[in-house]
Design a protein around this ligand. Sequence first.
Ligand code: SAM
Length: 210
Amino acid sequence: MNSYTDTIARRYDGLSSQDCCLSCGGALSFAKVGKGDTAIDLGCGKGRDVIRMALLAGDKGYAYGVDISEGMMAEARKQAGVLGVENIAFVKSPLENIKIDHGSADVIISNCTINHSLDQAAVWREIARLLKTGGHFVVSDIYAVEKVPEQFRNNPEMVAECWAGALTREEYLNNISNAGLSDVEIMEESRSYEKGKVKVASFTVKGYKR
Ligand SMILES: C[S@@+](CC[C@H](N)C(=O)[O-])C[C@H]1O[C@@H](n2cnc3c(N)ncnc32)[C@H](O)[C@@H]1O
């Protein structure tokens, strides 16, 4: 990790004991996790979605939660233990370089996380690397209605607040197609709203590795 990701991890360590909603859409509800699937949640936070995916995947399937915040992953592990979910692992890893083998996943989800990355193109290349051929992703995230000024984009505190790292809608979708992912569909999309010092909107995007 570097000082940028440290700042983000620290913020989420602090939020891990609070009961707040950190999602920007309904990625999981569009993910269609099947029995026996291997599923990955990028930025799993306290584990709500990844635990649900482990339960949907059943005994013959597996789910990985990836996050950089120890605090968040500790909460997620605790919750998985309480529910007796064993087909699950939590991987501490930055999204740009994920410590999971290539071609592992039938389905990858992410909710309100990729906007935190300084190199979102690299995150999308990782998604393409991790998916099996025929696998799919469903990602809920925010995008900026107009380009976020550099002085905000380079401020990790502001990025950690889920707005300053946002790319424009066009940049976001370009990263997906440049990673070689296809059949992209917008499953839901909000109106624009003020967040931090900019206007953003959120959407849920689905697509495939063919
Ligand atoms: C807004 S929260 C969303 C958590 C969860 N997906 C949910 O919907 O409740 C963002 C999560 O992404 C994690 N995160 C942020 N940047 C990350 C990065 N570069 N690599 C891995 N995890 C990251 C944070 O630690 C945090 O748990």
